[in-house]
Design a protein around this ligand. Structure first.
Ligand SMILES: [Fe+2]
Length: 387
């Protein structure tokens, strides 16, 4: 099989996975938007298609018939260079195009991609790879957004009985890294996002990282000790959010005994990792524990040094770090609209490392920098302490 066939096959496989994700849903679920930060499942399917249409087919496939420009307006997420767009908080209003029309559009884009990638220039291979990775990011977002939308309903719908995190009990210990001048960031072959480069040096003092994630039991002890009622544990901004929103526990806890999940309401497992917390909660918990959150450099270096001894680095929960999401020294986003992909979001957010159980297979990476606002708590976030 040639590299070209491999890319096209992988791309189409990823595209089919997106469509498979909506199979368990009812038609009414497809337009569900629980809050301004989340998007409906149908929008995710259309937006990922818009990405290929806009950045690959329109500029590069001769004779391509572009979609209705109003669709482009609806499914542009944040690319100012491309043009104006429908407001994000109102994506739930977009009952049209109907799902059948979106799926037909996806099929026609697939055909265009098959033609375009028949003999692609290196630049096109890179763009196609970016589109593939982008679609995988949205697969994860689709499920996290759906969890938010379902969690707001009295009937507490179940997406799928086997959609929840399955994890063995956590272990308990600390891993030590001696002081060193280390390198972090992507190097070598293979796909990476622009924000993972340039690789650069960072000085780290001696530190320890918890060898596993923080459990529900440990977090419950924080709550029982008045964690949500003690302003001295919190950043001022987080404390205000706590008051305004009445936060008393992680996002999907229902009382002390249950947790809302993609598999519906389930008993809260004390030995499972605590999840769906804001950065402010993670930070307050760490302070209460007499520890702190790791920097992203510490996280990445500890994984290099300790490998699998750093349990659940991947595949369970994204782990909040103490690092603000800022460009690495010398960061240079690509020119044009694609340069908007990551670079313009490098303010007022924090980095999360690892990956989670909703991350598509093959999408995670040790140098991957995920990022969210410190107030966000609907994503699959968890805590690993440092000291
Ligand atoms: Fe996107």
């Amino acid at each position: 099989m040639t590299t070209r066939d491999l890319l096209l096959n992988t791309l189409l496989e990823v595209r089919r996975r997106s469509e498979a994700l909506i199979q368990p849903l009812e038609p009414e679920d497809l337009g569900l938007q629980g809050m301004a930060d989340a998007s409906p499942p149908k929008w995710h399917l259309a937006h990922t298609n818009w990405f290929f249409e806009t950045f690959l087919l329109q500029p590069h496939l001769r004779g391509h018939q572009p979609c209705d420009p109003r669709w482009s307006f609806q499914f542009n997420s944040y690319y100012d260079t491309v043009g104006a767009r429908h407001p994000r908080p109102q994506r739930g209003l977009l009952s049209r195009p109907a799902i059948q029309d979106v799926l037909a559009w996806r099929e026609s884009v697939d055909l265009g991609l098959a033609t375009l990638l028949n003999d692609p220039a290196a630049e096109l291979v890179e763009l196609a790879e970016l589109g593939l990775q982008h679609e995988q990011q949205h697969q994860e977002l689709l499920l996290m957004d759906l969890l938010d939308g379902f969690s707001r309903q009295p009937l507490e719908p179940c997406y799928s009985a086997d959609a929840d995190l399955v994890i063995e009990p956590l272990s308990n210990g600390w891993l030590t890294c001696e002081a060193a001048l280390v390198e972090i960031g992507h190097h070598g072959p293979g796909f990476h996002f622009d924000n993972e480069t340039p690789r650069h040096r960072v000085w780290l003092d001696r530190f320890q990282l918890q060898n596993d994630l923080v459990s529900n039991r440990h977090y419950q002890a924080f709550i029982s000790d008045g964690g949500y009622k003690r302003p001295e544990l919190w950043m001022s901004e987080g404390w205000s959010l706590c008051q305004q929103n009445g936060w008393e526990a992680p996002c999907y806890w229902r009382g002390d005994d249950n947790e809302f999940t993609l598999a519906g309401l389930r008993p809260l497992d004390p030995e499972a990792p605590v999840r769906h917390l804001s950065w402010f909660e993670a930070d307050a918990f760490a302070r209460w524990s007499g520890a702190r959150l790791p920097s992203e450099a510490e996280w990445e270096h500890a994984l290099v040094m300790h490998g699998p001894a750093l349990c659940h680095a991947h595949g369970a929960l994204w782990q909040w770090t103490a690092s603000p999401y800022r460009p690495y020294p010398g960061f240079n986003p690509p020119a044009g609209a694609i340069g908007e992909y990551n670079g313009k979001f490098m303010s007022s957010q924090f980095v999360l490392r690892g990956s989670c159980w909703l991350t598509p297979p093959g999408h995670g990476r040790d140098t991957y920098r995920n990022f969210f606002s410190p107030a966000s708590r609907w994503m699959a976030s968890g805590i690993r302490l440092a000291r």
